[in-house]
Design a protein around this ligand. Structure first.
Ligand code: CDP
Ligand code: MG
Length: 833
């Protein structure tokens, strides 16, 4: 109660009364006509296409004239020597043979499903065929084609490529639009954008007025946004009979999509790739003479005994996703191999990505193999970065005169992305470390060797325990085939699978769609902001509907944080959250940070949580790295505050030209800090659009009060909360759903013998053998009471019931009354913004 009083006195009231007046009127303007989304969306650049209307005959004439001009320019280009060469190349692609078939089908059917091997020319050619046939017809004046890509990098790279194929600069007839970046002009007829951008456009333009063709690419990936978009489009088609929808997919599960759209015609483009040889772990060990070493510290066990222990351990574990693979491993005896390989295989650790093995394979390729780029599939940014660091220290792989080492990720800066596609100098071997995005959506032409670690980080979601987990899990056979295929683009290739063949045989055929394995909170918010009616009813119309329990959990969560009211209507907070392209919990943190005037540190925290942890934890220097991180903690029991300090220290060092040295000394990733920095800027613009930040330049007056920041962290992360009981020798931590949990060793709190807070809040928990909390911040009772969740319209009772699960002490009636009024005030304030 004392803490509670202090909190109110020192921060809340002061901040509210001063800020409330002018922010109110500002907010009123921004939300006038209850259409807060509009300004943001139009600013996002997805403005109305200039389309002909009866009043603007002149405009139409101009459009026509410009179109004809465009057509002539195009003809000129095609006659130039480079244009000829490009045309030759385009004609050599497998899709060219199907050009007429494709265009015919599209003109006759509203929906067409197109499949074909990666590289056959779906993404770059098909939209162009449509564009060209429209230009032939009337200069293209009437057409407006949108082609969605699941990722930013592919939208940008593809637009760039298509513009180049047409001898144009980007922004002429071809443009792109991704979150916070875009290039399109008045003549743009073909727009590549992320799926998210199209969904946002639907928010202001439910009928996609003016759009003639929608092409949804990479649907086989079954991303959540794509599945979601398909439901919306299916709904829209009857209202827009002249609109054409083309679905494009790499692998052959076209039937599923065709039947979803009532038996839409399917066209398959037969492709050509060079043969690629597969090497599984056993072949790699045989071929290179490499020996895996026992991964346990217990060296004095014989290999045979280790294997038995490993098998026992595997048998005990029952993770749903890994089980088929583990069964295969338990059954394997590797009898067919030479004793050396057999012994080595038995040391293979299915839980580790095996950096040393990768390093070894890369050395083998560089020393023994023919020229050609190498593409390494990793699970995520963390291990790409750690691996890159390890390889850079290697005498051969780290030598820039012999090896060009690159990382490839969806949110990296565009300039860096280009390097991936460029040819390196003669005698230099390009090695690209990528995530599974390099499986289908981007094509690196000169790849001859693929190294496949067999895993991809995917979110899985346990609806029963309502626990999201982000874990590297085994890929599907379809993915493995796809990865392998990347090596055969220009000549016969080699693929090194870093796992035994028996493991591959146990992979699932296809990956589970994202809709069925992720928490649905963001999606539910979008359904509401698109006014698509009842969430459950809408989602039941999906290609594969998610479990009702997952849907219910998401709705409950959104009600609890105050984004939906009791009747499942979007609140103002919910509307704001739906416009911030981060998870609702991170969005809530930003909104609270803006309201409570401590946005600067909060933006750093949110950017860190949505990019990745900048603290590097190399395997071999774990202790050093952990103590480097601990120095940022200042004993305030918060990984999030440590992150802020590390980031700000880096900014200072940057100003003194010693940024790199600072990062090196403190085990920090420069790239990650840069990504955080750029995301922070993006947040400011977004918050300004939503009306929560008035002036981008005036960001120096933000509070850095540690109590306040803790409260804001709690507002976002709740109900990611766990109770702390300090025991004599240890600390006991418990969450409601999981019972006892542990702190991940990388957390600054893991070193502590006592945590002087009754609660810690966390962003991420991971189920491995036990449940680990990755990051944590200690918070007090009063912070949990005031900032944890939202008092629903159901009133105090429900709120108390919810809190009593977390709070053991029960409040005295007079305190309850004070509390209630403060909490109400707080909640209303947040809703008013
Ligand atoms: O979409 P799909 O996988 O079917 O192929 P695409 O992305 O349209 O690429 C077709 C061909 O264009 C590839 O085989 C590459 O040879 C070439 N391409 C390129 O040279 N540079 C790019 N940035 C993209 C594609
Ligand atoms: Mg493609």
């Amino acid at each position: 109660p004392m803490g509670l009083q202090r909190m109110v006195d020192s921060h809340l009231r002061a901040h509210f009364s001063r800020k409330a007046v002018n922010k109110d009127s500002f907010a009123r303007d921004a939300f006038s006509m209850s259409n807060a989304g509009q300004s943001l969306l139009i600013d996002e650049g997805f403005d109305e296409q200039e389309e002909p209307s009866t009043q603007s005959v002149i405009a139409e004439r101009i459009r026509r004239r410009r179109s004809l001009h465009m057509r002539n320019k195009q003809l000129d280009w095609q006659e130039s020597p480079e244009g000829q060469k490009m045309l030759e190349f385009r004609k050599s692609l497998p899709s060219y043979k199907e050009r007429d078939t494709l265009l015919n089908a599209i003109s006759q059917h509203q929906v067409v499903v197109v499949s074909g091997e990666t590289g056959c020319g779906k993404t770059t050619q098909l939209p162009q065929y449509i564009l060209e046939s429209e230009i032939e017809a009337d200069g293209g004046a009437a057409c407006s084609i949108i082609c969605t890509q699941p990722r930013r990098i592919s939208a940008m790279a593809v637009a760039e490529r298509v513009a180049a194929e047409r001898g144009e600069k980007i922004g002429e007839s071809v443009g792109y639009k991704v979150r916070l970046e875009g290039m399109k002009g008045r003549d743009t007829r073909l727009l590549f954008c992320t799926t998210g951008i199209l969904l946002r456009r639907l928010l202001v333009d439910r009928n996609l007025k003016g759009t003639t063709h929608v092409i949804v690419d990479e649907i086989h990936e079954r991303g959540m946004n794509e599945d979601f978009l398909l439901i919306v489009l299916k709904d829209l088609l009857p209202r827009r009979p002249e609109l054409r929808l083309i679905l494009m997919s790499a692998t052959l599960n076209a039937e599923l999509f065709s039947s979803y759209f009532g038996g839409a015609p399917m066209i398959h483009i037969p492709g050509f790739t060079y043969p690629v040889r597969s090497h599984f772990l056993e072949n790699i060990l045989e071929m290179t003479g490499y020996r895996l070493t026992p991964y346990n510290q217990i060296d004095n066990y014989g290999q045979e005994k280790m294997w038995k222990m490993q098998k026992q351990a595997l048998r005990k574990r029952k993770t749903q996703i890994a089980s088929a693979v583990e069964e295969a491993l338990v059954a394997a005896d590797f009898k067919d191999y030479s004793p050396r390989v057999r012994d080595s295989l038995m040391c293979w650790n299915p839980d580790s990505i095996g950096f040393n093995l990768i390093e070894h394979v890369l050395c083998h390729i560089c020393r023994k193999e023919r020229p050609g780029a190498v593409l390494v599939f990793m699970t995520g940014w963390d291990d790409i970065n750690s691996l890159k660091d390890q390889l850079q220290a290697h005498p051969l792989l780290g030598d820039p005169s012999r090896v060009l080492l690159l990382a490839c990720h969806g949110s990296m800066p565009s300039a860096e992305q280009k390097l991936i596609f460029d040819k390196p100098e003669d005698g230099v071997r390009k090695i690209v470390l990528a995530t599974n995005m390099a499986e289908t959506s981007i094509t690196i032409n000169d790849v001859v060797f693929v190294v496949d670690c067999g895993k991809a980080k995917e979110t899985s979601y346990d609806a029963l325990n309502n626990t999201p987990c982000l874990l590297p899990s085994w890929i599907s056979k379809a993915s493995a085939r796809q990865r392998k295929g990347r090596a055969g683009r220009v000549q016969p290739g080699e693929c090194y699978h870093l796992y035994p063949r028996c493991v591959h045989d146990a992979f699932a055929d296809y990956q589970l769609p994202e809709l069925l394995r992720t928490p649905l909170q963001s999606l539910c918010l979008q359904i509401k902001s698109l006014q698509l009616g009842s969430i459950s009813e809408f989602l039941s119309k999906a290609l594969q509907a998610p479990e009702p329990l997952s849907v219910q959990n998401a709705i409950e969560y959104l009600k609890m944080i105050g984004a939906l009211d009791e009747r499942e209507n979007l609140t103002l907070l919910g509307r704001n959250l739906s416009m911030l392209p981060v998870e609702p919990k991170l969005g809530k943190m930003l909104i609270f940070g803006a309201i409570f005037n401590c946005l600067d540190p909060v933006m750093t925290i949110v950017a860190g949580l949505s990019v990745r942890d900048p603290f590097l934890m190399p395997f071999d220097k774990k202790d050093l790295a952990e103590s480097a991180k601990a120095q940022f903690s200042a004993r305030d029991f918060s990984d999030h505050l440590a992150l802020v300090r590390a980031f700000e220290g880096w900014k200072d060092a940057e100003r003194g030209q010693s940024g790199y040295e600072y990062c090196w000394r403190n085990f920090l990733s420069v790239q990650t800090l840069k990504a955080i920095d750029s995301l922070r800027k993006q947040f400011l613009y977004l918050l300004k659009d939503v009306g929560l930040v008035e002036n981008i330049e005036s960001c120096n007056g933000w509070s850095r009060d540690e109590h306040l920041i803790r409260a804001v962290i709690c507002a976002g992360l709740f109900p990611g909360i766990c109770s702390v009981v300090n025991k004599e020798k240890s600390i006991s931590l418990k969450t409601m759903e999981d019972g006892a949990v542990l702190l991940h060793s990388s957390s600054v709190n893991a070193q502590e013998t006592k945590i002087p807070f009754p609660w810690i809040v966390f962003n991420e928990k991971m189920k491995v053998n036990s449940v680990f909390l990755r990051d944590s911040t200690g918070v007090s009772d009063s912070v949990v009471l005031l900032f944890g969740g939202h008092i629903s319209r159901g009133g105090l009772d429900g709120h108390m019931k919810m809190l009593s699960g977390y709070l053991e002490f029960f409040m005295k009636p007079e305190l309850a009354a004070t509390y209630l009024s403060m909490k109400r005030e707080l909640d209303e304030l947040v809703q008013r913004k």
